[in-house]
Design a protein around this ligand. Structure first.
Ligand SMILES: [Zn+2]
Length: 194
């Protein structure tokens, strides 16, 4: 299993490559930037037409702004149980500024519990799981691969994570022996163990 990374507008996005050419996009762009997101993705050697699924770290506009358009484009978008009630809040904020925003057709979302993610990912040839990592927001999740990579969205770094929720989330990642952390903003870094 391999993860490819790409960035635009100071935000990092990822493609998790499964077996049989299955691709899961982790985080889904700023609203109204479908072309820009697709163009940035080309740095990975893959095109948006090859993406089968999308998972978002949380429903904030820089992470889930293109889910509506992705669904229209035939990509299956996953929503985890702690995320479902955050969609309206995000769309309310976007719609204030962006009248042409493509809303998320909720009837087409693939609803899943984080506990079910390992089995689902394994069916795509991906060894890992999605875990709840609240702190930055209650709907935050991270993807953790069995070989120690973590895609964490906006979970804070240990040095600045002062709230108990973030600290618990970071401890969970440590318990899972995560080695390499990829935040949505800024450089990836190695986890230091004693
Ligand atoms: Zn963000």
């Amino acid at each position: 299993m391999e993860i490819k990374h790409f960035s635009y507008r100071k935000t990092n996005y990822h493609l998790i490559l499964g077996g049989d050419g299955k691709i899961v996009a982790f985080d889904a762009g700023w609203p109204g930037t479908y072309f820009e997101y697709a163009k940035a993705m080309k740095d990975t050697g893959f095109g948006i037409e090859q993406v089968d699924f999308a998972v978002v770290s949380h429903f904030h506009l820089d992470h889930a702004g293109l889910i509506g358009e992705m669904i229209k484009d035939g990509i299956t978008c996953v929503v985890f149980d702690n995320q479902a009630d955050k969609i309206d809040e995000m769309e309310g904020i976007i719609l204030k500024k962006q009248k042409d925003y493509v809303r998320i057709d909720k009837s087409k979302l693939l609803r899943m519990k984080c506990d079910e993610s390992r089995q689902w990912l394994s069916s795509l040839g991906i060894q890992g799981e999605v875990v709840q990592t609240p702190g930055h927001s209650t709907d935050s999740v991270s993807f953790v691969s069995d070989d120690g990579d973590a895609l964490i969205g906006d979970l804070y770094r240990e040095e600045i994570a002062l709230d108990p929720e973030s600290r618990l989330s970071l401890r969970l990642l440590r318990n899972k022996k995560v080695k390499n952390i990829y935040p949505a903003h800024g450089e990836n870094y190695l986890v230091q163990y004693e």
